[in-house]
Write a protein that binds this ligand. Structure first.
Ligand SMILES: [Zn+2]
Length: 536
């Protein structure tokens, strides 16, 4: 329980989180996420609302049969309906049928909501809280009472809001949780009210939403005022602007407030958890998310990178490894020599003494001016550095390509690409069809090379993005194509820029294949030997 140093983490991703727009999780997804949270030592996992839908009933059925090492699974539901007795209330019965060790009961603490939304009396609502909590306590459940709209309720009728908290506690609730359900309060309200209530309610929790952009700040303010439980979601998923983001709250408590949550060791798994949940929910993780985002420790300005090279503390508030994230240095037209040197060190297999850094930097700036952007295309950047080295030999030589797109009389569109390539003096000419012109081109390139480099077969094109660079020039504008490729071990991104979308795609595809052969294929040298022998 709360000893002032320990803050319990209560995850609502599987219930509140799934109420976020575009967030949808299957029962399998929910089980997988719950297992990850358990691995990392989250104290509570709210599985869902068994009284509200069949998917959540199924989740609890499956969760019953699993072993949870660290987490208590919680079922969520409301206090009994004002028209029902607690024994006959179907929602309360569903909570018990979930067979979880913990039940989280939500109850109204705002007089306006009791009368308007529930349509009952203030007195009856207190009875509903009391009887529901007591009934579950008699059945040996740990009960967490979420006081819905507590801060708004307190502003409207402080006496009543407090009476609701006291009723829940006196009926046996193990925790009472102050909820900013509409997310409309600021830390200047949350902090003093929490401070005032902390002595009377030693087992106090906080549940905030992010409608003012201060969900995390409100949670941290409450922790500083002594709450022992924080509720939130991974990546801040949730209704409207989302719940308070646990991926910010947890490291802030551990690293800034020096209190314990899931522990320093588990903290290192936070970035990977954030990505796992976003992938499972089919959401893109915003790069600028604090602590866990891809850009959280990305340095672009030359001055910043020069500082980072001397000591990372110059531009980082803590070591990214503490949350399992990593430092990145971006190369762009804002870069200096330091960015390039850092990248060369990071790539590992290039030698800075081998490179003419001054002309390389000039070349990069020229390419950026023409529309290239290497921040999202580190594969092409690495190839560029490689090309500037001494005595580099390209594994193959492309002679040209042709793409045909045809619509036949039935309306069906057919794409066909042909490419000509030379490997060690041997010319290969291939043709391939595809679902679209880029697909056909990609297939033709690989078909031409696979005979010489069988590892090409492992490369999959997983993402293709096109951006128009200067829309004002209409169809003569340049386009930037970004391609993400993957083999069984890693992924890399390459770029092409041209006024012609096929030429831009071609350049990005060629770089993708070159990257595989030069940097992503441990068997390359061996393969090169074989090629020499089969040259005839
Ligand atoms: Zn909520």
């Amino acid at each position: 329980m709360s000893d002032g140093k320990q803050v319990l983490i209560y995850d609502c991703t599987l219930r509140d989180g799934t109420q976020g727009e575009n967030v949808s999780l299957s029962v399998d997804d929910k089980i997988h996420i719950a297992e990850k949270l358990d691995d990392l030592g989250f104290h509570y996992i709210e599985g869902g609302w068994p009284g509200s839908n069949q998917k959540d009933v199924e989740f609890f059925d499956r969760a019953k049969g699993l072993t949870w090492k660290n987490s208590k699974i919680a079922a969520f539901g409301s206090t009994r309906h004002y028209k029902n007795t607690v024994e006959e209330d179907p929602n309360i019965a569903a909570l018990l049928e979930a067979e979880t060790p913990t039940i989280t009961l939500v109850g109204k603490s705002w007089d306006f909501h009791v009368e308007k939304a529930l349509g009952t009396t203030l007195e009856e609502n207190l009875k509903m809280v009391k009887e529901s909590v007591a009934y579950l306590k008699e059945r040996d459940k740990e009960v967490i009472f979420d006081a819905e709209h507590f801060f708004d309720g307190y502003a409207a009728n402080p006496k009543y809001a407090k009476a609701v908290l006291r009723t829940a506690r006196d009926a046996g609730a193990d925790w009472v949780v102050l909820c900013d359900t509409n997310g409309g309060n600021l830390p200047s309200t949350v902090a003093p009210l929490t401070r005032q209530l902390s002595p009377e309610f030693p087992h106090l929790g906080i549940h905030t939403h992010n409608d003012c952009g201060v969900g995390v700040a409100n949670s941290l303010a409450a922790v500083e005022e002594g709450v022992g439980m924080v509720q939130g979601t991974i990546n801040g998923y949730g209704e409207r602007c989302g719940n308070a983001n646990l991926c910010s709250i947890i490291p802030a408590i551990e690293l800034k407030l020096e209190k314990n949550t899931i522990g320093k060791e588990s903290l290192k798994g936070l970035t990977s958890l954030a990505y796992f949940v976003s992938e499972t929910a089919n959401m893109v993780l915003p790069n600028n998310l604090p602590f866990v985002g891809k850009s959280a420790f990305a340095h672009k300005g030359g001055l910043h990178v020069s500082g980072i090279n001397k000591d990372p503390k110059t531009y980082e508030h803590f070591d990214p490894a503490a949350v399992g994230n990593s430092r990145r240095v971006l190369v762009s037209d804002l870069s200096g020599r330091s960015n390039l040197l850092y990248k060369i060190r990071e790539f590992g297999d290039l030698d800075a003494d081998d490179l003419d850094l001054k002309s390389l930097l000039e070349h990069i700036k020229q390419l950026e001016y023409e529309g290239y952007q290497f921040e999202g295309a580190e594969g092409t950047l690495k190839l560029l550095l490689h090309r500037f080295g001494k005595d580099r030999v390209e594994p193959f030589d492309f002679k040209g390509f042709r793409v045909l797109v045809e619509q036949d009389h039935s309306g069906q569109c057919v794409s066909e690409a042909s490419v000509k390539v030379s490997v060690g003096g041997v010319i290969e000419h291939t043709v391939a069809n595809g679902d679209g012109p880029v697909h056909a081109l990609d297939r033709a390139v690989k078909k031409a090379l696979v005979r010489f480099f069988p590892e090409i077969e492992e490369v999959r094109l997983v993402d293709y993005k096109v951006r128009v660079l200067d829309a004002r020039r209409g169809t003569a504008a340049k386009v930037r194509v970004l391609i993400e490729s993957r083999d069984g071990h890693q992924s890399w991104t390459t770029i092409g820029v041209s006024p012609n979308v096929m030429e831009a795609s071609w350049n990005a595809i060629i770089d993708s294949v070159l990257y595989k052969l030069l940097f992503a294929s441990p068997r390359r040298n061996q393969k090169t030997d074989t090629r020499e022998k089969t040259k005839v």
